[in-house]
Structures are given as C-alpha cells and as structure tokens.
Write a protein that binds this ligand. Sequence first.
Ligand code: NDP
Ligand code: MG
Length: 375
Amino acid sequence: MKRRVVILGATGSIGESAMRVARALPERIEIVGLSGRNNTGRLLELACEFPKAAVCAGDEAAANQLSHDLGRPVLHCEEGLLTLAALPEADLVLMAIVGTTGLKPALHALENEKDLAVASKEILVMAGELVMATAAKMGVRVLPVDSEHNAIFQCLEGQDPSTVKRLILTCSGGPFRKAGAADLASVTPEQALRHPTWSMGRKISVDSATLFNKGLEMIEAKWLFGMPMEQVDVIVHPQSIVHSMVEFLDGSILAQLGSTDMALPIQYALTYPERLTSPCAPLDLTALGKLEFEVPRTDLFPALDLARRAGTAGGTLPAVLNASNEAAVDAFLAGRLSFPGIWESVARAMDEVPFVEHPTLDQLIEADTAARKCL
Ligand code: NDP
Ligand code: MG
C-alpha cells in the first residue's frame, strides 16, 4: 500500500531522515506536503525534489519568495501548517516540528482522520491525553517515531497489555554521564550539543545532556501506551543499541535493537504494519562486542525525578515542565543561563505556576505561557 505523507518540520534532523526513507521507498511513500521555517534554502530544494508536494514556509515573505522561485503557491505560518495537516490527499502526517508549535496542527490532522506519526514528544507531554483521546474518537492511529517508543511499540505487538509489568526506556546518559557536579556548573552549549551516539537537532541534544529528554519520554510513554508512571522506568545504556524494552509479568523482557539511525523508527511508523528493506546500515553485534547497562544518576540530573513528579500529578504540570524546559534551553543556548540553571528554572516553574487537575486545551496553553515567563 502506498502512504501519502505530509512532513511538518521537513527541514530538520527528523525531516532529513524521513526524506531518506521516502527516497528509498518511492513505490510505498509519496510526499504530498512539506513545511520548514527558517531554512528556506533547504525547503526550496525539497520542494523542487517533490514537485507535487504542497509547501508551507515560516512567514509570508519567505512564502512569497518561494512561490516566485517555484512557480506554485506556497502557504505560511500556523494557517499553512493547519492546511497541510488536513490536506485531502494525505493519509498520514509526520509531526517533526521541535517544541509545542505542532500541537494544533497535530490535533487538526487527527480531526481530519489522518494517522499521526509523532516525533515531537513535546506535544504529547503537553497534551498527551487530548491527542490520544482525539485519535481514539476519530479512529486513527498515533504512531511513535521516537526510537524508544517505536521500540516499545514493536515489543508490545501481539501482547496482552494487562501482562506488561513495566516499560524500560533506555537512555545513552548523554555527554556528561561520567561528570561530577562541579563539572556540570561550567558546561557550555558547545559541550552540551556534542551527543555521544545520536546526531540530532539542537534542542533535543541539550535535552539529552540534562536528561530532560528521557524525562519527557517517560511522560510520552505514559500517554502513548496508557501506562501509569510507576510502570515506566529508565535504564542507562551508553551504546544506544537496545532502543528500549518491555518487561512482562512472567519475567520475560522483550527488546528491540538496531543501529543508531532514526530512519529505522521513522520507516516503521510510515509503513506500519509492514516491515520493508530499509536504508539503514545493518547492525553487527559482534563488531560492538558488549552492551552495558547502568542505573541513572538522579542525584546529579534532577530531570528524571521532576518528570516523574509531573507525569504522576498529571493536569497542567507536564505542560509546565515542558514549556519551562523549552524556555530554559533557549536561554542556555543563548548564553543567558547556566547548564544547572535549566533544571533549577524548571523546578521553580513547577512550584510557581498554578496547578489545574483537569485542564482544557486553553488552560494547557495558559500554563505553557505562564511557565515560559518563570525563567
Ligand atoms: P530540528 O531542530 O533539527 O528541526 C526542527 C524542524 O521544525 C525544522 O524543520 C524547523 O524548521 C521546524 N521548526 C522549528 N520551529 C518551528 C516553528 N515555530 N514553526 C514551524 N516550524 C518550526 O529538530 P529535530 O528534527 O531534531 O527534532 C524534531 C522533533 O523530533 C523534536 O520534538 C525532537 O524532540 C523529536 N525527536 C528528534 C530526534 C532526532 O533524532 N533528531 C529523535 C527523537 C525525537 P527550520 O529548520 O527550517 O527553521
Ligand atoms: Mg528518544
């Protein structure tokens, strides 16, 4: 079966990996929509490569320029993202916009009966209950792209959910796995952006260094798989080869392994439930030699405990954690905040922003806005 796919955030790291998958499987994946924001040069190249795709740029001036260069209309801003999310010719929307900008387009895609492949974990942290409920109401799928969740999704196939004891998310430990508290105080953006195993966008690279990425993923797992937080665990695995695991009541643990290439989970989400030949390098376990596992250092990296607290409390707290983290990462990358300042600022926002137990979408957006101001 051929899937007609819209890629929101096509000019980013996930977008580029998705293009590799689409190029390798032209008979199975047709790109019908593309969006980018600042990188208009790359958006132009992609729009030329996929001449039938509808295109959305970050602002009106960029859209006018692109439209002139391409000789076809180009959409822009949130209106444009919403139009792409609901394109009549699309079957599936891949959400790969960093942060929570993609929330409304994601909900709009689901409301228009599109399957949603989610890379943007922030939207599930902010509004996972609403996203999953909308998908259930519309009878469409939410397919995990994040490598850990894609792994768990694969391990759960054909299993009775009531036999699951816990989900075990693996975590590389980031570039400061072996650091001391004193080292963390002076971490620079350049050091934080140097991820040991994955090549990714800037925000998620910093999140991986603070372990907020894993914290966000714990909450993401809760919503994607309908699991209480106490059944979501994290284990450090520096090689990033075991992408995650599921432990069952009988003590069996199923794991999914693969090379560190996002094309693999992206392809599985875009072609689900089929397994097809992929552009990823095969995994040679004998060349690797060993796989290691360690307990995460929650004393040094408070992100995991903060995320567990937010995920357990629910309501607006995950939205506050996510938004304050986004603002803090921006400030850190701009040189306005220290590395430990990221989790200090998240902890403060979680204490200060008023808590709503059963928030509406508007209340989630209000909590998000308030949290960003706590910096
Ligand atoms: P990048 O920063 O590489 O790419 C982000 C994409 O979103 C770009 O296309 C960018 O456009 C676009 N974008 C950014 N801000 C806006 C905005 N306000 N409005 C519209 N478009 C916007 O990020 P990644 O690809 O690394 O990550 C994307 C998402 O996937 C994140 O949520 C991340 O957590 C998640 N993820 C990423 C993984 C990875 O390996 N990279 C792994 C697992 C999850 P432009 O560049 O043109 O400005
Ligand atoms: Mg991940």
